[in-house]
Design a protein around this ligand. Structure first.
Ligand code: FPP
Ligand code: MG
Ligand code: MG
Length: 326
């Protein structure tokens, strides 16, 4: 038996056979217009982790235990990745980002108009794939993700508060909308399409808790990892005016942080000052501890699912989320 530490995301991908996943995704995006094909498939040439389809397929197999496999689940995993990539392409326009998955972003390699239209096109392809599943409950579940992604981005543009508890609660809600909703609803959809549809609610809960942990770690890595490791720019949240968990925790020890948060770190020296305050606080440690708590909740959700190697895989995934460096 392999110890948890030596199991990697690639091993989990193998366990659910995601071998041809990139080819299948690219095939779904081929267009008669070669320019559209090029821009829409661009990010699949980079080093994606394919974390979401792996998680969704593991959940599908876990709920299938003792039942035959279900082709619809693989389609749901692909739809999940398509929605994710579309949102990344749009996000890189909103954030004026240059690097994604170790490549130039679509807005940088092509231009902003092409990026917006390519993201729209991918959503269109995902939508028809979803319709072809022919299950209205699955359509309702997965289409709610697109609404949540947009709500999360709007939320991030507007919401400000001066109260620590309220700030943290709003930040968790935003993290759910922009990251966990996709993972949670992907897990729910495959459970609904398994031999055990009654497991959909617990599958959703697992995805929600693990997804929030994923975003907490992402926001921590923005402070402590490197652009090389992540394949996208590090240190970008403060530049975008975003107060993520490490900053919110640092503000407890350094109340002066709250002024910087309110003005979105937009004055000379604000970013350097904020970085100092994060360093001189427990911000990073407390962020990791909160991510650990969400992972623990996800692990306890798993106890309500049938035992199998796939359930073990979902537990390993929690560990990988928490201890990743990219
Ligand atoms: C990455 O966050 C962005 C998201 C997880 C969601 C983006 C969603 C939209 C732009 C709404 C439009 C949605 C669709 C489906 C077309 P980040 O900027 O914090 O992380 P990063 O460091 O990876 O850029
Ligand atoms: Mg963004
Ligand atoms: Mg971004």
């Amino acid at each position: 038996k392999t110890s948890d530490q030596t199991i990697k995301l690639v091993d989990l991908r193998e366990a659910v056979n995601t071998d041809n996943i990139v080819e299948d995704l690219v095939n779904d995006l081929l267009s008669e217009n070669p320019d559209l094909t090029a821009s829409a498939t661009h990010l699949f040439k980079g080093g994606g982790k394919y974390f979401r389809p792996t998680c969704v397929m593991l959940m599908g197999e876990c709920c299938n235990t003792g039942y035959p496999d279900n082709d619809k689940q693989r389609e749901i995993a692909l739809i999940t990745e398509l929605i994710h990539v579309a949102s990344l392409i749009h996000d890189d326009v909103l954030d004026s980002s240059d690097t994604r998955r170790t490549l130039q972003t679509v807005n940088s390699r092509f231009n902003e108009k092409v990026a917006i239209l390519s993201g729209d096109y991918i959503i269109a392809r995902a939508t028809s794939k979803l319709a072809r599943l022919g299950c209205s409950d699955t359509i309702t579940i997965l289409s709610s993700v697109i609404r949540d992604l947009i709500k999360g981005e709007i939320h991030q543009l507007n919401k400000r508060s001066n109260n620590h508890e309220e700030q943290l609660a709003m930040y968790i809600e935003k993290s759910y909308l922009k990251t966990a909703s996709l993972i949670a609803h992907g897990c729910q959809a495959v459970a609904l399409n398994s031999g055990r549809p009654h497991l959909q609610h617990i599958a959703y809960q697992y995805g929600r808790n693990m997804g929030i942990a994923f975003q907490l770690v992402d926001d921590m890595l923005d402070f402590i990892s490197t652009s090389e490791a992540m394949g996208k720019a590090a240190g970008s949240d403060l530049k975008l005016g975003l107060a993520t968990a490490p900053v919110l925790y640092a503000a407890v020890k350094h109340p002066a942080m709250n002024q910087l948060i309110s003005r979105g770190f937009n004055e000379e020296g604000d970013i350097e000052l904020a970085l100092e305050m994060v360093k001189d606080s427990n911000g990073i440690k407390l962020t990791k501890a909160l991510a650990q708590r969400y992972c623990d909740k996800a692990l306890s959700d798993l106890k309500q699912l049938p035992e199998s190697e796939y359930r073990t895989g979902l537990a390993v995934l929690c560990d990988l989320v928490l201890n990743r460096n990219s």
